[in-house]
Design a protein around this ligand. Structure first.
Ligand SMILES: NC(=O)c1ccc[n+]([C@@H]2O[C@H](COP(=O)([O-])OP(=O)(O)OC[C@H]3O[C@@H](n4cnc5c(N)ncnc54)[C@H](OP(=O)(O)O)[C@@H]3O)[C@@H](O)[C@H]2O)c1
Length: 335
């Protein structure tokens, strides 16, 4: 495993983190998983050198955090860089429901709301600490920006995060799903050590804006959904269709008109994966890790075997001509 500094925090993190959205289960991921397998998955990640574990209250209404908390009981706390988030709440305490009916903000029959007031953050951090069974969070991240009519100025949100840092409840600050202007505001009000955004060989938006600004401010850029929620593993059958309410059902790359092109691309990735003696999943993860020193990735896995398969990517260094070939094949899907 390779390690690097998380932003300017002084905290060393593995180049690959473990994401636990799917481990939280619930309607967005087709139901709950075997809890012991989930705990074993987290422990296996730590075992193979992945020290960064990412969760969020919004991952099935606290269930992912609860499972991460159980796994944490079985490993030394200081071996883990624990990441959780604020700003996505439930339970009728205000905030904005973006009623587009997407699986993201409507999970089963329950709604998620966006809210980033200092008071709400303070309540959230206490609930997360309780569910996680710890007295500090290594990196605390805003999950989504707040939006009108409950929009909180970033200075106020960061002010509260800075206070939590002074109190020792959190060690570093991150922001997910933010744009350049929002990043500049975070930086103007405190130290921002991590930005999370979607990034994979077929989702390249961050290359234009977020990646350069993260480089400029020495912020770690962390790729989420690096395997497009499983599609880029090559393990999804061509005829698999995510059910209604599944978090993958509304994603552009999962739509029936695009899917055949993605599968054709993966077929052409296979000889490249064979050259490096790795799976197609590991090849796609390696492609992300080869995009720069400040690029980190969060790999979602739900079994110890998936962790073992994916961690191989940390040791795969792709030759420039193979990266170029993958870029060309990906461009053909996107045109
Ligand atoms: N900040 C945000 O807004 C945000 C948004 C999305 C994600 N995230 C974070 O980023 C993490 C990673 O993203 P993600 O979970 O969306 O997507 P991902 O890592 O692209 O895909 C994860 C899924 O791929 C499948 N998979 C992984 N490795 C596999 C392998 N070797 N063979 C076969 N299947 C494999 C598993 O599906 P099955 O479980 O079906 O086997 C797994 O749940 C999340 O867990 C979460 O922590 C953050």
């Amino acid at each position: 495993m390779r390690y690097h500094e998380l932003g300017s925090s002084g905290i060393q993190v593995s180049k690959m983190g473990l994401g636990t959205w799917a481990i939280g289960g619930g309607p967005a991921w087709g139901g709950d998983l075997d809890e012991q397998v989930c705990i074993d998955t987290i422990k296996e990640a730590i075992n193979v050198g992945i020290n960064m574990i990412d969760t969020a209250p919004g991952y099935n209404f606290g269930n992912s955090e609860r499972i991460v908390g159980k796994a944490l009981k079985e490993v030394p706390r200081d071996k883990v860089v624990l990441v959780t988030k604020c700003g996505v709440i439930w339970g009728g305490e205000g905030g904005v429901y973006e009623g587009k009916g997407t699986p993201w903000n409507m999970v089963g029959d329950r709604r998620l709301y966006k809210l980033l007031t200092p008071e709400s953050i303070r309540k959230e951090v206490e609930m997360s600490l309780k569910r996680l069974g710890t007295d500090y969070i290594d990196l605390y991240m805003t999950h989504w920006p707040s939006v009108p009519p409950f929009e909180t100025p970033i200075a106020e949100t960061v002010g509260e995060l800075n206070r939590l840092k002074e109190e020792g409840k959190i060690r570093a600050i991150g922001a997910a799903n933010v744009n350049i202007e929002q990043i500049e505001e975070y930086v103007a009000n405190g130290e921002l050590d991590l930005v999370q955004g979607k990034y994979n060989v077929l989702s390249r938006d961050i290359e234009k804006d977020l990646l350069p600004i993260c480089r400029q401010h020495k912020i770690t850029m962390q790729a989420y959904s690096p395997l497009e929620q499983g599609l880029l593993t090559g393990a999804i059958p061509r005829d698999f269709v995510p059910g209604p309410g599944d978090a993958r059902s509304n994603k552009p790359l999962w739509q029936p008109d695009v899917r055949p092109k993605v599968h054709d691309m993966l077929d052409q990735f296979k000889p490249i994966a064979d050259k490096y003696n790795c799976s197609i999943a590991a090849l796609n993860l390696a492609w992300i890790m080869c995009q720069g020193d400040e690029v980190n990735l969060l790999s979602g896995a739900t079994t110890p075997d998936q962790v073992d398969m994916n961690v191989v990517a940390a040791d795969v260094v792709l030759e420039p001509e193979d990266i170029q070939k993958m870029n060309e094949l990906a461009a053909a899907v996107l045109k």
